[in-house]
Design a protein around this ligand. Structure first.
Ligand code: ATP
Ligand code: MG
Length: 346
């Protein structure tokens, strides 16, 4: 058993004091009065003196330490002071120093994460204002020109109003995306999970993008003929958003005359895996890890021509994760990309 440090301290100090006291006393008696105390008396007095010293010292040391420990605890307010009963103070010196170390480490971690968040926040604000500025200035530009007289010409007026409207639509879509992200991040998004036929949903989306596809001379289709409906569990509106974001990306970053293929299969865990595959520009390895971050775009200038803000995939990921499912990306630069996400089978 390990003897408590304070007991050892009190013990050694008491021994030293006892020896000095008894020795000194005997010495004094012998030289001054030539009295020799017999052995028995010396022994008893030694023991008594020792215990007196020991008890007093031990109590005093405990008190001394207790006061200081308490003060330290109070200052760092580590624990509830009431938790600190007097009995466990002395051996606690060691655990206190351990606790202090842990406390310091925790604080360090906290500071680091706060710094990180601060940088993130700053970047986020910068990104948002940047994203909003571009369409806002466009709209402002057209309106100012109209005010300055361009409104007189009916043709120009209509054209400028039309362009201003496009800018406003862009602003609205960014704000909607941001709103969606903030809801997703605060888990404020009440998912309405129900079974639905994903085959039908995808077919509807195909129809939705018919024009866009034709414009780029592309093909958007299933990989094969699916004869029977496939029912999955999920929030239909949100999953539709996921599919739209993925397909719009494939159209945006696909090549003229390219093919976009959607396939539905099952995974080993008996889930449904939906795959959106294109043979477009693909994504470099170094960007794959960051593609789902909000505002992240591979080629900022090019994406800007395409009117993207880099929120699409981060929304996709949030929605899939809110469903407790996963999304993966496989891509070879120059050859195409393949996004696969899972859903629970209904
Ligand atoms: N199918 C794809 N092929 C190649 N690159 C892609 C593909 N999908 C996404 N990317 C890259 O990932 C980036 C992020 O995509 P994301 O959908 O998040 O943003 P975005 O399309 O630029 O803007 P938006 O918010 O309008 O969707 C894109 O800018 C693009 O560089
Ligand atoms: Mg996108």
């Amino acid at each position: 058993m390990k003897i408590k440090k304070t007991y050892a301290f009190a013990f050694i100090t008491s021994v030293l004091f006892t020896l000095l006291t008894v020795g000194g006393f005997s010495f004094l008696l012998y030289f001054k009065y030539t009295i020799v105390i017999d052995l028995e008396v010396t022994l008893y007095s030694t023991v008594i003196v020792f215990f007196m010293f020991f008890i007093v010292l031990q109590k005093r040391v405990e008190q001394f330490i207790y006061k200081r420990v308490l003060k330290i605890y109070e200052e760092v307010s580590l624990l509830d002071i009431n938790n600190l009963s007097r009995t466990n103070v002395t051996p606690d010196i060691e655990s206190l120093s351990k606790e202090m170390q842990k406390f310091a480490e925790d604080k360090q971690l906290e500071i680091e994460s706060l710094n990180e968040r601060e940088t993130y926040r700053r970047e986020f604000l910068g990104n948002i204002s940047h994203e909003l500025k571009t369409p806002l200035f466009t709209v402002q530009g057209y309106i100012l020109t109209l005010i300055e007289g361009a409104a007189e010409d009916k043709d120009i007026r209509d054209r400028y109003l039309e362009r201003a409207n496009i800018g406003v639509e862009r602003l609205t879509s960014i704000v909607k995306d941001l709103d969606m992200i903030s809801k997703l991040e605060t888990n404020d998004l009440n998912l309405n999970i129900q079974p639905f036929n994903c085959l039908e949903m995808i077919q509807n989306i195909f129809d939705l993008f018919d024009m866009k596809i034709k414009k780029k001379n592309m093909t958007l289709r299933f990989d094969k003929l699916y004869e029977f409906p496939i029912f999955v569990m999920g929030d239909a509106a949100k999953i539709k958003q996921v599919l739209i974001n993925l397909i719009v990306n494939s159209i945006k970053y696909g090549k003229i005359g390219g093919i976009i293929m959607v396939s539905i299969g099952s995974t080993r865990g008996n889930k449904i895996a939906i795959k959106v595959k294109d043979n477009g520009e693909g994504i470099k390895k170094e960007n794959i890890g960051r593609i789902f971050e909000r505002f992240y775009r591979v080629d900022k200038s090019r994406s800007r021509d395409q009117g993207g803000s880099g929120l699409g995939l981060s929304i996709v990921k949030h929605i899939i994760e809110a469903h407790k499912q996963t999304i993966t990306l496989e891509s070879e630069y120059g050859k195409g990309s393949e996004f696969t996400f899972t859903l629970k089978r209904a």
